[in-house]
Design a protein around this ligand. Sequence first.
Ligand code: CO
Length: 212
Amino acid sequence: MSDTYRQVFENNKNWAAHHSASNPEFFEHLAKGQSPDFLFISCADSRVPVNNIMGLEPGEVFVHRNVANLVVNTDMNIHSVILYAIEHLKVKHVVVCGHYNCGGVAAAMGNQSLGLIDGWLREIRDVYRLHATELDAIDNESDRYNRLIELNVLEQCNNILKTEYFQKSHATAGGPSVHGWIFDISNGTLLDLDYDYKAQMEAMKAIYDING
Ligand code: CO
């Protein structure tokens, strides 16, 4: 087995020992349950270390990851996660976090088939088509790429607002709030896209309201 493989277990021993030494009840407390304030939906990219970039400990952020941080209507996996986070964990914030240099978005801007993933990435082509006027007006390709990454995040936020369970939670419990963020891999910073989910709900209401 590779050295990297063995090293992981060494690292883990040290990590567990470090946490136990600084707080002997750390793991005992963790084992009792979780009450995170955040649901974080991000890309599967290895360069996005969720807890580290948020400065949060185990137990503080509920996480779902997939290629290009997509919230797809027919994906029972992600909707089970979001519904559980909202209705049972009662998170205060749902964050969709994309990242610059996203390979999934780059692939969706190209015309090479990648096999099975083509259908998944087509969601991003749909985002492009929805915002083609704005995107096509950007001459610089790298700027257009970054803007598509941002617009993809905002559209995935919209996809959360379209669900029956989110609308019900918003009407009965007033939350959670929905946020669109970008992680800039080149300098390690998180950018808030200032997604106004309440205004967006109003704007989409005529078409997407299914809460009677
Ligand atoms: Co990515």
